[in-house]
Design a protein around this ligand. Structure first.
Ligand code: SF4
Length: 231
């Protein structure tokens, strides 16, 4: 890891207010849907998340239903303070029914362990779309909107302190912006009752090499500070 890259990145003041307008999750654009749930009640989100996963398992709200092996709903601690949001399942994930279990997932697990000191059981991991796009193509806008209520409901239920978005699709969707993750990362943004930290998708880090990984590490350190987890 390039220490100078990391240090420079970490010392940047997180402009929590820099793009306050971009953090709007416009109420008017939120999909009114029966998957929306009541705010946190103090009870574990586990039963409600399980019910939502069961509902999603037979979802046919978009064309991605036709090509999936199974719905890849999400994994981890239903009451986690930290949620990762990726793009969509790939081949391995589609077969195993769990997000981030291929090479990208192995990198995410490693960075999680090295920078946050946790494994995936201590956080919650979900994707923007729950079914695999054919040939690993990008999810289409209509598919993202169709699946969005599930992600919103997952965030309602888990009610994390920090959301780390992995890549352009999750970052743009949740921050309500067209800007790319390259320009947005390096800062934290107000999001719901907590913060959102954008970073690269681990697949981009696998392609981009050490400098991208170094920036991901810095973003996870930023998330750790926001969580109040000791260094
Ligand atoms: S991607 Fe989402 S909206 Fe589309 S079929 Fe799968 S679960 Fe339903």
């Amino acid at each position: 890891m390039a220490d100078e890259t990391r240090v420079a990145d970490e010392t940047r003041v997180a402009p929590e207010t820099r793009v306050a307008d971009e953090t709007r999750v416009a109420d008017e654009t939120r999909v009114a849907d029966e998957t929306r749930v009541a705010p946190e009640t103090g009870r574990s989100a586990a039963p409600a998340l399980a019910a939502l996963a069961q509902q999603a398992a037979s979802c046919t709200a978009c064309a991605l239903a036709a090509g999936r092996t199974q719905v890849v709903f999400g994994v981890g601690d239903p009451d986690a303070d930290l949620v990762f949001v990726g793009e969509g399942p790939g081949r391995e994930e589609d077969l195993r029914g769990e997000p981030f279990v291929g090479r990208s997932g192995q990198l995410l697990d490693r960075l999680m362990a090295e920078e946050l000191g946790i494994d995936r059981s201590r956080c919650y991991i979900a994707n923007v779309v729950k079914c695999r796009p054919p040939d690993n193509r990008d999810p289409l806008p209509g598919e993202i909107e169709a699946c969005r209520p599930y992600l919103e409901a997952q965030l309602d239920l888990v009610h994390p302190v920090v959301v780390v978005t992995l890549g352009n699709f999750a970052t743009r969707l949740l921050l309500g912006t067209d800007r790319g993750v390259t320009s947005l990362r390096g800062a934290a943004y107000p999001f719901r009752d907590g913060s959102l930290v954008p970073t690269f998708h681990p697949a981009a880090a696998l392609r981009g090499g050490g400098s991208v990984v170094a920036q991901m590490r810095a973003d996870l350190v930023r998330a750790k500070a926001l969580l109040g987890w000791s260094a």
